[in-house]
Design a protein around this ligand. Sequence first.
Ligand code: GAF
Length: 385
Amino acid sequence: MSDVAARATAGFRQRYGGEPAGRWAAPGRVNLIGEHTDYNDGFVLPFALPLRTVVAAAATDDGRWSVWSELDDEPVEFGPAEADEPGGVDGWAAYVAGVVWALRAAGHTVPGARLAIASDVPVGSGLSSSAAIEAAVLAALVELGGLDLPADRWPRLAQRAENDYVGAPTGIMDQSAVIRGRSGHALFLDCRTEAVEQIPFDLEAAGLAVLVVDSRAPHRHADGEYAARRKSCERAAETLGVAALRDVATGDLDAALARLDDAETRRRVRHVVTEDQRVLDTVELLRAGRIRDIGPLLTASHASMRDDFEITVPEIDTAVEAALAAGAYGARMTGGGFGGCVLALVDADAADAVAAAVTAAYADRGFAAPGTLTVLPAGGATRLD
Ligand code: GAF
């Protein structure tokens, strides 16, 4: 049993006594490319990480939920009243209550349950620790309750938990990545239709690695800024008379920009439209097995987030610049922005040197040391045993 599964199991035994009925796991994610395109009905290309959240759980017949996590000493308990009232549970347990809420709102009978959660996905690093909790809890409750809910409907449901119960206006990328991700592949997702294509992304065979740098930058106003970016995109779509910015074709971008009179909105739109195209170009290269050649697209994506979408911070830009200077094929911030992680595509045998170069650049700038790890695409939410 993996460490994290053992910790969830030990937590279950200690808090509740007895054995869990099972263990369900869901990973964190990084996004290879396609940032802030999901809520614009566009394209994304994330992959699931080998870092996982595990829920050890058993059904009860009292119609209530008790959730313990490593993050807290005591379990959080709630019943239907709190679950049916968005915001009725807060903190990390809101992601659990949100899943119960979304299932009940969709008409499912959710069994009462005891759950114990352990996680290797760092919290607050932009690696989707919240989607990992949602997906692992969803997997557990669907099976414990014998619910008729195929996995391709889970991402929308988990997103609803996050949007409507927790109150974070996120898109559907993270939940899709952690539920539908497949080992050795990146997930090409059309966020409008939810159609997916598993794109082979065999880094090992190509002698490559993805280095993830956790900037450890404090999240500065991330929630408010995220919501502001989303609003700005939605207003621009309305002005342009399209359902979403995805409907602005790359070839029509200049004409669309000319119809917007505010320079900031023009920058936001340019990011989204060019980013959608970069996802499509990246997918083309990966389909042709040309992994190294995606480097410039990753770096262009970063420049667009820095200059047009304006969601990067100095620690993040420093990590990208240092990785590129140390020989990375491409590097970019991954995730919502204002902190979080950078990913760099590097030769596998150069990963340590690139990580050291980023760490040295942080020391030079007086930033707290970053975290670094190399990752390979892993599988999505699953039952462990
Ligand atoms: C966060 C959100 F949760 C995603 O939906 C997505 O918008 C991402 O930021 C930016 O691409 O992770």
